[in-house]
Write a protein that binds this ligand. Structure first.
Ligand SMILES: NC(=O)c1ccc[n+]([C@@H]2O[C@H](COP(=O)([O-])OP(=O)(O)OC[C@H]3O[C@@H](n4cnc5c(N)ncnc54)[C@H](OP(=O)(O)O)[C@@H]3O)[C@@H](O)[C@H]2O)c1
Length: 295
């Protein structure tokens, strides 16, 4: 029997993910605040609904891929939220990058209503989402992990479980995004050093990408920073600010000094002050170059 699932949040990540679910044979009810973004999915057969609550069916599965904690909370608990309709035995697969605390609170709210919450944040940019190559981290009750498995299998190249605490997968995601942001800063500084000394940025990034830093983060981000192609954004700088803010909030709650994360926050704040919120988050490298007198 064809399973109908709900999908909420058709941004740069959500839209290609929803397309992959349609291609895999799921029937989809989709909701996006800006309805126009649902058009291409509607053409492929998705049912477009007017309220988040209409995307969820009692006892079914609903996936969310939204910008931040506030957007997710509004879609779950706000007027016409999915908490109203998901019902007994329903599963909310929550794939946005949000705080571990929000994940735990939403898990509790679902539990009170007899539904389940699975934290399932992802690594991979929109190209990876389109190619169904996301790396997915999950945490939550076993029943939620089992219910979501057929959906997650379609969206990613691997699913890694981190136990029952609904906040755990989000801690993993924040730890990973901190590593990526630190790599961006390190690459930007390293390429500025090379450039100031007459070494071509692309040649330098390419050398590292093929040899001692032959991993996707250094390869992909190295190319973007070397060529300074910060538009169109794969991951908007404003969302990067949100994530480093979440990293530092979590670090403060758990009393973990993260001086490097503090530096990254300042880079991001400065970039926002220069109006770079809609560039890719690698555009923090512009400030590195400017500090080196390269711009
Ligand atoms: N882009 C990446 O490389 C990447 C990778 C891994 C994880 N992520 C995470 O995935 C999530 C989505 O990222 P994205 O790049 O797809 O972002 P995006 O393109 O900015 O899309 C954000 C989505 O959230 C919706 N939204 C924002 N505020 C809302 C509100 N108050 N109420 C209802 N809906 C709201 C937007 O609706 P509208 O269309 O109406 O604005 C849109 O559907 C974020 O948590 C991000 O951190 C992104």
């Amino acid at each position: 029997m064809v399973q109908t699932i709900g999908f909420i949040g058709l941004g740069q990540m959500g839209e290609p993910m929803a397309h992959n679910l349609l291609k895999a044979g799921f029937e989809l009810s989709v909701y996006n605040r800006t309805r126009a973004k649902a058009e291409s999915l509607a053409k492929q057969g998705a049912r477009v609904v007017d309220q988040p609550s209409q995307a969820a069916t009692p006892g079914g599965i609903v996936v969310t891929m939204l910008a931040n904690d506030a957007a997710l909370e509004a879609v779950v608990l706000g007027p016409h939220g999915i908490a109203e309709t998901l019902g007994e035995g329903g599963t909310h697969v929550s794939m946005s990058t949000i705080s571990p605390e929000t994940a735990r609170r939403l898990a509790h709210e679902h539990e009170r209503r007899g539904s389940r919450y699975l934290a399932a944040p992802v690594f991979g940019r929109p190209e990876a989402a389109a190619a169904a190559k996301l790396w997915i981290c999950v945490s939550g009750a076993d029943a939620a992990q089992n219910a979501a498995a057929p959906v997650l299998q379609v969206l990613g190249q691997g699913v890694h479980a981190f136990g029952e605490d609904p906040g755990a997968a989000n801690v993993v995601k924040l730890a990973g995004n901190f590593l990526i942001a630190a790599a961006i800063e390190a690459l930007a500084e390293s390429l500025a050093l090379g450039q100031k000394n007459g070494i071509d940025r692309t040649a330098l990034a390419g050398f590292f990408a093929q040899t001692i830093f032959a991993c996707p983060i250094y390869q992909n981000y190295g190319r973007i920073i070397a060529t300074e192609q910060y538009e169109p954004p794969g991951f908007k700088l404003a969302l990067g600010m949100k994530d480093i803010g979440l990293v530092l909030d979590t670090a403060q709650r758990s009393l973990v000094p993260m001086p490097l994360a503090s530096l990254l926050r300042d880079r991001l704040i400065g970039s926002l002050a220069h109006g770079r919120q809609d560039l890719d988050w690698t555009a923090i490298a512009l400030a590195v170059s400017a500090d080196a007198g390269l711009r």
